[in-house]
Design a binder for this molecule. Structure first.
Ligand SMILES: CC(=O)N[C@@H](CCC[C@H](N)C(=O)O)C(=O)O
Length: 374
């Protein structure tokens, strides 16, 4: 079997949530130790890793980042190498991202270039976010790349396709948690209580009006409530309820406006239901903004020198904390076609493994082309 496919399948079986990637880190380390060590320096960072390959005559450092965490999803692919961790799955392709990063890294240990290379194995992309603290780490201060690259699998595109665009690629994000506290009581005596299930349902419906009534129709924004919890049993009126969701906007101004409207509606719920509400925005990700000149060079190179089909895509409302790295370092992220009938964050996501070699070949070739180029 292709060794990178074996790596992908091994990693697929051990998905771990953000900052709990202990087995993943151990697996990556054990693979890295099997490579020739003469040019490699490895530094652990929490559950992630920095791996530097010393260049032959370095003028700059080229960075390549992969995320390493999984999601709290029960896998339903029926694959022989399905997740062995109950209720956890690599349903966002980070198993692919890691095996591609290892493939590119392995190539350059045997074929060093003039420039230094820095591979970043970043925890907690799905939350609470590893990119921003990694960026501020001592290791990053010492080894900070001059250019940085990353990819994300795209189930909607065929294998052999790369989709990218200059400028904005992914949205600004903010998590959203709202806790409601009222007065519970007997199911048959609603007049003595403040029912937080009814308050939560009302609020979920009101939140939908922000996108339709407060955001410019020519702008785009998303509010998704992915989880509601509340109450205890069917015949007790709920004292507590909690909404968990995420906000996506194309600009930081719209993010401020959406939050302002959420706060106003939550105040209305507090007044209307005589309850208390606490809003917590959790973690926020900066938009992914691809450096124009780097993206133009990348697209031109792929079209001229490789067989991949390059698509100029639209921006997406997905989020990625790689945006923090691109805020400080020129570079880009692109979508890699993996052709799965089920999308990202779906329990049946089955990306086509043929895309792994496509990505390794594109990235080894493009990084080699960057050697000695500023
Ligand atoms: C590529 C991708 O799917 N990224 C996640 C990032 C989530 C950030 C955070 N936990 C949030 O939900 O706001 C995404 O859901 O877009």
């Amino acid at each position: 079997m292709n060794p990178l496919i074996k790596i992908r399948r091994d990693l697929h079986q051990i998905p771990e949530l953000g900052f709990q990637e202990v087995k993943t880190q151990a697996y990556l380390l054990s693979y890295l130790k099997s490579l020739p060590q003469d040019r490699i320096t490895i530094k652990k960072w929490r559950t992630g890793l920095f791996v530097k390959i010393q260049g032959l005559n370095p003028q700059k450092t080229i960075g390549y980042r992969t995320d390493i965490d999984g999601l709290p999803i029960s896998e339903e692919t029926g694959l022989q190498f399905s997740s062995s961790h109950a209720d956890h799955m690599h349903a966002c392709g980070h198993d692919f991202h890691m095996s591609i990063a290892l493939g590119v890294l392995t190539y350059f240990t045997g074929n060093p270039i003039a420039d230094n290379l820095l591979f970043i194995f970043q925890p907690a992309e799905e939350g609470p976010g590893g990119a921003e603290p990694m960026l501020k780490s001592e290791e990053m201060m010492e080894w900070k790349p001059d250019l940085i690259f990353a990819l994300h699998i795209a189930p909607e595109y065929p294998v052999g396709t790369i989709a990218v665009k200059e400028g904005l690629l992914f949205a600004n994000t903010s998590e959203l948690f709202i806790d409601l506290k009222g007065k519970g009581g007997h199911a048959a005596r609603p007049h003595e209580t403040n029912d937080m299930v009814v308050a939560a349902c009302t609020l979920v419906n009101q939140l939908q009006t922000i996108i339709s009534r407060n955001v410019d129709p020519l702008d785009s924004a998303v509010i998704t409530i992915g989880k509601i919890t509340g109450g205890t049993v069917q015949n007790i009126i709920a004292e507590n309820a909690r909404l968990e969701g995420t906000i996506r906007t194309l600009s930081s101004e719209s993010m401020k406006k959406v939050k302002h409207r959420i706060e106003a509606l939550v105040k209305g719920i507090e007044a209307g239901f005589e309850c208390e509400a606490v809003i917590d925005y959790g973690s926020m990700y900066h938009q992914v903004y691809n450096t124009e000149s780097v993206t133009r060079d990348f697209m031109k190179y792929l079209q001229k020198e490789t067989e991949v089909k390059v698509i100029e895509c639209k921006e997406a409302m997905t989020g990625e904390d790689f945006g923090y790295m691109l805020k400080e370092i020129p570079g880009l992220m692109f979508w890699l076609g993996v052709d799965s009938p089920y999308g990202l964050h779906h329990a049946k996501l089955t990306p086509n493994e043929a895309a792994i070699d496509v990505a390794v070949s594109v990235m080894t070739s493009y990084i080699s082309h960057l050697e000695n180029k500023i």
